[in-house]
Design a protein around this ligand. Structure first.
Ligand code: ADP
Ligand code: GLC
Length: 495
């Protein structure tokens, strides 16, 4: 066996500590899988308010207390605390960079009052990126791999390749940058660039300059050794047009040779209907009988009349444009005109929150809406629904469709990114299909596809077979984690 690698996994959210979306699921699961494979992987994230000292048994690391970290002219004190991920036999150490003023707030990235990003997000993540480097230096621990995720971590790559280029500790460190969503880029005015402390030469086309502003995602893209995206289709999409690359399509194109699409996996220790303790009744592909109990509980939760023969369609999502809510809104009368019930759990843009709450009041027997973030309810919706709706405009990977497949809840999706890579249309491929897929982003196509799923639902034999097929498919992390390890190792091979 070759030598184990040492890896620092850098992410702004990690399950179970803090989560706004799929990045947290990935950051909690992938490192544990890599640890299981025998590598020394540790995680670092900011200590947000959600990271409760009590709940997570967090302790201080004395020698990493009150480290001065430079943000522009200021020197801000950061302290590192620690805890562990303990789902597996061998624990994974998690470091938290703490500064109450910067991170101890009601939300990770946005001010809940304005729904805009915190006005000092530039400083919060300059502090984080510099703090991560400072932590490694003080630990004196030499990571072979720095695995960075999304814009919040992009500056680390730029700093390492410039200011710290001669630092002996990083001499053999390779940087991998994973893009979970190219729409979120961390774009700030030129003054924010000045606060990063990067040399002026980094503010250029081949650096992190972006239409006269500083783009932290671009920093990760330009200065990393290899880029990954979270599905193969998304890796191709981001370089095709602005619709997917959000202005960085040219950069993705330029870096195409150094970009790899690696599909996410799912954490089956959290998301599996046979062992899920958050749902009223467990079930499996061998014994599906428990699923209907969950459907009953789901209808009760939303005060919808329960009828086994009426299909329930579930949604768990951030209520943002990415996820196709404009299509659902446009087509809501048509959808609710069908013989179905729809349940929605989500938070996000106010216009969608208001619209769905208002519509549910008008259709109390057909539409249930819960505005908020609720883990238990997310599990109940996966288990209790018959179908799961995800008509995304774009979807880097998408985890909910995989959870749905595992729970025998057939996904209705638009063919983009990871949705295209995981869902096979049942009408097109009756023997291998596991859901319903449409291509054109239109409200008419959405309704047509929902109708196809309702027709298929009526044939119990073929529906049950599709459910069982979906539940047996393997989206666990093991194969993807292996591919990450191979990728890490390939960075050390002489070219
Ligand atoms: P994204 O990361 O773009 O939001 P994913 O499908 O990759 O989409 O992951 C979303 C994750 O967040 C899933 O684990 C999903 O269950 C969870 N989630 C989203 N919204 C909510 C919510 N309102 N309550 C509970 N969980 C949610
Ligand atoms: C992003 C994407 C989502 C992906 C998740 C985890 O939030 O929007 O598609 O599944 O990251 O990689």
């Amino acid at each position: 066996m070759s030598k184990p690698l040492s890896i620092l996994f850098v992410s702004s959210e990690v399950v179970p500590f803090a989560k706004t979306g799929g990045l947290a699921d990935v950051s909690g699961a992938l490192p544990q899988m890599i640890r299981e494979m025998g590598h020394d992987i540790r995680i670092i994230m900011p200590k947000f308010a959600a990271v409760s000292d009590r709940r997570f048994k967090i302790h201080d690391i004395k020698r990493l207390t009150d480290m001065p970290i430079k943000v522009g002219e200021k020197s801000i004190l950061g302290s590192v605390k620690s805890s562990f991920l303990t789902n597996i036999k061998t624990k994974v150490q998690v470091y938290f960079l703490a500064n109450d003023e910067l991170y101890n707030r009601a939300d990770l990235y946005v001010d809940p009052k304005t729904k805009d990003g915190w006005p000092d997000n530039d400083e919060r993540f300059i502090f984080f990126c510099r703090g991560v480097i400072e932590t490694i230096l003080r630990l004196g621990w030499k990571p072979d791999i720095l695995h960075l995720n999304d814009w919040q971590t992009g500056l680390i790559a730029a700093l390492l390749k410039t200011e710290y280029a001669k630092e002996p500790l990083f001499k053999n460190t390779k940087i991998i940058f994973t893009v979970h969503n190219a729409a979120y880029q961390g774009v700030f005015p030129k003054e924010s660039f000045d606060k990063t402390g990067l040399p002026p030469s980094a503010f250029k086309m081949d650096g992190l300059e972006f239409h006269g502003q500083a783009n932290f995602l671009k920093a990760g893209l330009m200065y990393s050794d290899v880029i990954t995206t979270v599905s193969e289709t998304y890796a191709k999409e981001v370089r095709t047009s602005e619709e997917f690359g959000f202005g960085l399509e040219g950069v993705f194109k330029k870096r195409a040779k150094h970009t790899v699409g690696l599909l996410n996996g799912m954490d089956t220790s959290i998301w599996h209907p046979a062992t899920d303790t958050m749902i009223p009744k467990q079930y499996s592909h061998e014994d599906l009988s428990g699923k209907v109990e969950n459907k009953k509980a789901l209808c009760e939760h939303f005060k919808l009349p329960f009828n086994e023969t009426i299909p329930v369609i579930g949604i768990v999502s951030r209520l943002v444009d990415q996820k196709g809510f404009d299509l659902i809104q446009e087509q809501i009368a048509g959808i609710l005109g069908e013989n179905l019930q729809l349940v929605i759990l989500g938070t996000g843009e106010q216009r969608y929150e208001e619209f769905f709450v208002k519509t549910a009041k008008k259709h109390p027997k057909k539409l249930g809406v819960h505005i908020g973030f609720d883990e238990n309810l997310a599990h109940l919706i996966e288990a209790g629904s018959d179908m799961f709706l995800m008509p995304s405009k774009y979807e880097p990977c998408g985890l909910n469709q995989m959870y749905s497949l595992q729970y025998g809840t057939l996904p209705i999706v638009r063919a983009t990114g990871g949705l295209a890579d995981t869902v096979v249309d049942l009408d097109e491929k009756p023997k291998s299909g596991n859901g319903f897929v449409f291509t054109q982003y239109s409200a008419a196509e959405l309704l047509k596809t929902i109708k196809r799923s309702l027709a298929a639902f009526k044939n119990k034999t073929t529906w049950t077979a599709a459910m069982q097929r979906a539940m047996k498919s393997d989206f666990s992390w093991s194969s993807s984690a292996n591919r990450y390890i191979e990728l890490y190792k390939s960075l050390f091979k002489k070219k």
